[in-house]
Design a protein. Sequence first.
Length: 227
Amino acid sequence: MTVKLTWYSHACFLIDTGDEKLLTDPFLTGNPLAPVTADSVVADYILVSHGHGDHVGDTVAIAQRTGATVIANFEIQNWLAGQGVDNGHPQHIGGGFDYPWGRVKLTMAQHGSALPDGSYGGNPCGFLFYIQGKKIYHACDTGLFYDMKLIGEEGIDLAILPIGDNFTMGPVDALRAVKLIEPARVVPIHYNTFDIIKQDPDDWAEKVRGETKAAVTVMKPGDTIEL
Ligand code: NI
Ligand code: MN
């Protein structure tokens, strides 16, 4: 069995475990790079890292259409319940849970988490997935933090890191993150969705290859990789 990850741009991935499909931060409507639409995307689980509109995205509509279980922090769960999404599983930072497809632990992230209507969204998080013996760290929106080293101590097969700058780590700090985490492979995200986060991922990939042992895969929206 392999784990397949399809990048829907920004922080949105479809993780196909073979049995179930996990969708992260489904920002599709209003996202100029999204290769799928909110009314056609499939999901058994939706994971939401924080309350910002480019991460909560189409969560409510997709959850209502598909009946997917939403995994997010307790505060976002409460907000979703108020939007009519009651099929949630709340977790919080540092806590993991074993689902039928594997485990996910919420990690810290240095960012904000206010919801689109200004409601309190708790603290933002990243995701550490344990699926079929593979460890995938999806950092979501964050600045660089030294505790990434602790996450790296777990032995990360794939790190998914923002490089867009302005709202999150930029290319320089994302390179430092690779050095702290020491993943086998890394994929850059959260760039070129908007002009304000314009970056050259190939240039970044070259620097990572030159200064670390990590393999780098620059994905195009719609691309799939296997672990
Ligand atoms: Ni954000
Ligand atoms: Mn964002």
